[in-house]
Design a protein around this ligand. Structure first.
Ligand SMILES: [Zn+2]
Length: 376
């Protein structure tokens, strides 16, 4: 990821800090400096640094729990709004997902407990009531109190039962033990969205920040439900079940003008460029075509303006892996080839969308419209 610095490595996991996080520290320093001078400024930065150390430990909780189930995490990035552990996948076994999701907040529970024990020791066994904690004046002790409070907040916030919070995953895992993964996700997403609407309404009357969080949670919940639906729809299918087989192709010698003709006589938006041997050389999108027409003229060779490095998959390979390519690799299409490497089909985001609509519309849930066995 650009704009982030790798500051350490734990096994196969790189620990990264995004540049905006460093700016955030500078901003904290400046804000405290203006209100309380240099010592307050360094104290503020120290507190934020310690707080994010706790956030990092929270993410490591997820990472180490996931590692137990063979899930790798290439990196953890710290942003001003929190940490993101980039897990390769979320285990689909509900018990495993539950452990991975709860491991993060549990780390903060442990940190808060340890801090409270240290505090009660330094306070000489005095009562640890909220009242006595507020009255502490020694700055070193008060930073521990604030840190303990922040960890308790992290636990509560992360356990809100809505995606993308850990609580959403805990809820989904608990539901998935009784119903299927897809149904559990849909139910958890609905609960999360209901909660998000509640937060939004409450935010109108209390804190506008709550409204923004509500909108964010609402959108995230829909996204999670959509992704799982896509995975369910593609389960057990082959690439050849979903690919487009009727399409216009361009040759390496074709010009942008030829491409424009093909655009007009078809409904395609992505045109594969195929050489004499039938191998895919690249894909020309409608947008790239129009840009080239304007900037370089109609006689430009398509080979100069197409997107090369288009991934290809075999027609007999599994569909879900190919869909992952489309959603993660930022490509306009994926080429489908036969054993000899010749282009026989195309997968585009649009025809994947059609597959999803068919999946949603089919009468009995559980069987694929294409008649290839039952889905998980
Ligand atoms: Zn977490």
């Amino acid at each position: 990821m650009p704009w982030s610095l790798t500051v350490g490595r734990l096994g196969e996991t790189a620990i990264r800090i995004h540049v905006t996080f460093l700016l955030f520290l500078v901003w904290i320093w400046a804000a405290y400096y203006r209100s309380g001078g240099a010592s307050a400024a360094w104290e503020g930065v120290l507190f934020v640094a310690l707080l994010f150390a706790c956030v990092l430990l929270h993410e490591l909780g997820h990472v180490f729990a996931a590692r137990r189930y063979g899930v790798k995490t290439p990196d953890i990035t710290l942003w001003p709004f929190g940490g993101i552990a980039n897990l390769e996948r979320i285990p689909e076994n509900p018990a495993q997902e539950l452990v991975v999701a709860i491991a993060g907040p549990l780390v903060n529970v442990v940190i808060a407990l340890v801090l409270l024990v240290i505090l009660s020791a330094t306070l000489g066994g005095a009562d640890l009531t909220a009242d006595s904690l507020v009255k502490i004046e020694d700055p070193r002790t008060s930073i521990l109190v604030k840190l303990a409070g922040a960890n308790i907040f992290l636990v509560v916030f992360n356990l809100i039962p809505a995606f993308p919070m850990d609580g959403g995953r805990v809820l989904r895992a608990l539901l998935a033990m009784r119903m299927g993964h897809a149904k559990a996700t849909a139910t958890a997403a609905s609960i999360g969205q209901g909660l998000a609407i509640g937060m939004g309404l409450l935010g109108i009357f209390t804190n506008p920040m709550l409204m923004i969080i509500g909108v964010f949670v609402f959108l995230a919940a829909s996204g999670e439900a959509g992704q799982v639906q896509l995975k369910e729809a593609s389960r057990g299918l082959l690439v050849s079940d979903a690919m487009i087989t009727h399409f216009e192709t361009l040759g390496p010698q074709s010009t942008v003008d030829d491409a424009a003709d093909a655009l007009i006589r078809s409904t395609q938006k992505e045109f594969p460029v195929v050489d004499g041997a039938g191998h895919l050389r690249g894909v020309l999108t409608r947008d790239a075509m129009i840009r080239a027409m304007k900037d370089q003229g109609p006689q430009t060779a398509v080979i100069e303006v197409m997107q090369a490095d288009i991934p290809v998959v075999e027609a007999r390979s599994k569909l879900d892996a190919a869909l992952k390519l489309i959603t993660s690799a930022q490509v306009p299409a994926v080429g489908v080839v036969d054993e000899a490497g010749r282009l026989v089909g195309l997968l585009t985001p649009e025809n994947v969308g059609e597959l999803m609509m068919l999946h949603a519309a089919r009468p009995e849930r559980g069987a694929h419209p294409f008649g290839r066995g039952r889905a998980g």
